[in-house]
Design a protein around this ligand. Structure first.
Ligand code: ATP
Length: 467
């Protein structure tokens, strides 16, 4: 049975949204390349985010920090010490298994909160952990052996070398989140932008995590983009802003047409909260494989700025001129995944619509802002292609939108191709157009057609594509 996920993956490949990464070499596990339609979708969703979260708000400014950062950043942030998952190796076949549940159970049974991260390097976990594993009789899914090593912490950060001489370079990391670029620039931005608290800094960029269990298409990959905000506020006001940003993120997804029933909040309970967080909520989506995280909104107190103050010996406090108070700002962090959001928009938009007599059309009901191709201009016959092309040229120049021009195949087939790509409007130029200076506009979802003067197209579409 073909699942919705298989169908979406198939459509993505077939139409040029997403291809397996470096496919001609047999691919690279869980790496994906975004093709001509995919790159437009990503661009449109990032622009939609930037518009609503930054451009339209006077309390927000942007940043594009470097991916490679001084490695002390990651000591201060805690990523060197604890951004890790516990793994254990099968002694016989050397295959690797996650041990997070095991460690959790061991901690629970022993009333211990000792973390495998503390066992990194030379230190080994307590001997009774090994007895605990042996007692569980866990069979290796690869070879059936019962013989395991002790769980070891496996850091999720990608390491690389800065400097050209092998072995002499400085070891640095690819950033596992964009957020720390914001914190280390807090002072610079506060000084130069003259924003007063509460205000926020936004950033879109790549992040890298050596995930143990990537998968589910672009849901979890080792290289991905994040759209993150650090919203700085006065201590004591943070829970109010946490509630505000939760709703703001949810409204952003709803405003881009995601089915309300497929979205929900999930608040982290006390046990799940990071030690520095006093509130965290995820927005979850009902993916074809079940409910899962779409984005997170965390109240991180002043943990990050305090840590950077300690490690850099720089004063990152805020001076409130009105009240003459000095304090380390608290922060709310809404963090959204770009490709994970794209997956949600694609899954949510996908429909196989029953037409008459067992005929079905595949259609992507993408929001106008997200649609990779906004308008397709279709000449009814090759003979009038030049006339249609000048309509295309004029529209694309005045509207500045990504458009398609297609002469190949029957008009019905061309409509179906555009439906699959999620193109909201087709503009058909026929022989009559030569006389009446009008064209037929066909709407994707309703398939309704209307005749319109060519000179009316620009204001009509400008209105349709205002986000
Ligand atoms: P998860 O629990 O799914 O690993 P997380 O809680 O570690 O996610 P955050 O660190 O809060 O995730 O990252 C914020 C957002 O970045 C996530 O909600 C998701 O949209 C995106 N994201 C995180 N890791 C990945 C990944 N490996 N691939 C794609 N997107 C990711």
């Amino acid at each position: 049975e073909t699942t919705l996920m298989d169908k979406v993956v198939g459509l993505c490949k077939r139409r040029g949204f997403v291809y397996p990464g470096s496919e001609i070499y047999g691919g690279l596990a869980n790496a994906w390349d975004f093709g001509p339609l995919g790159v437009e979708l990503l661009k449109n969703l990032k622009e939609a985010w930037w518009k609503k979260f930054v451009t339209e708000r006077i309390d927000m400014v942007g940043l594009d920090a470097a991916i490679l950062m001084n490695p002390t950043t990651w000591e201060a942030s805690g990523h060197v010490g604890s951004f890790s998952d516990p793994l254990m190796d099968c002694k016989k076949c050397k295959s690797r298994e996650r041990a997070d549940k095991l460690v959790e159970n061991w901690q629970h049974d022993n009333g211990s909160d000792e973390q495998p991260a503390n066992w990194a390097g030379e230190k080994t976990p307590p001997q009774d952990m090994l007895d605990f594993i042996n007692a569980k009789n866990i069979t290796c899914p690869q070879c059936g052996s019962l013989d395991w090593t002790l769980p070891k912490a496996f850091n999720l950060m990608f390491k690389t070398q800065q400097g050209v001489v092998e072995g002499e370079g400085k070891e640095i990391y690819l950033r596992p989140e964009t957020a720390q670029g914001i914190f280390v620039n807090f002072k610079n931005i506060h000084t130069t932008s003259r924003k007063k608290i509460p205000f926020g800094i936004a950033q879109i960029g790549k992040a890298f995590r050596n995930e143990i269990t990537p998968g589910n298409f672009v849901f979890r990959t080792r290289e991905f983009e994040q759209m993150e905000i650090e919203y700085f506020c006065k201590p004591g006001t943070e829970l109010e802003f946490h509630a505000f940003w939760k709703k703001f993120c949810m409204d952003w997804y709803l405003g881009l047409g995601v089915t309300p029933d497929n979205l929900r909040f999930r608040d982290h309970d006390q046990a799940e909260l990071s030690h520095y967080s006093n509130a965290t909520a995820d927005i979850e989506y009902h993916y074809p494989f079940g409910w899962g995280e779409l984005c997170g909104i965390a109240s991180r107190t002043n943990y990050d700025l305090s840590q950077h103050m300690e490690y850099s010996s720089k004063d990152l406090q805020y001076f409130d001129e009105a009240t003459r108070e000095k304090y380390i700002p608290f922060v709310i962090e809404p963090s959204l995944g770009v490709q994970r959001s794209a997956l949600v928009f694609l899954c949510d938009a996908y429909e196989e619509e029953e037409m008459k007599e067992g005929d079905t059309r595949v259609v992507l009901h993408l929001h106008n802002q997200l649609a990779p191709v906004k308008i397709a201009v279709l000449p009814l016959a090759k003979k009038i292609a030049d006339n249609a092309k000048s309509v295309f040229d004029n529209l694309v120049r005045q509207l500045g939108l990504n458009m398609d021009f297609d002469v190949q195949g029957s008009i019905g087939k061309r409509y179906r191709r555009q439906d699959e790509a999620g193109t909201p409007y087709c503009v058909t130029f026929d022989y009559e157009s030569l006389d009446d200076n009008a064209v037929t506009i066909r709407e994707r979802d309703s398939m309704d057609q209307q005749r319109m003067k060519i000179e009316e197209l620009v204001p009509f579409f400008r209105e349709k594509f205002t986000y």
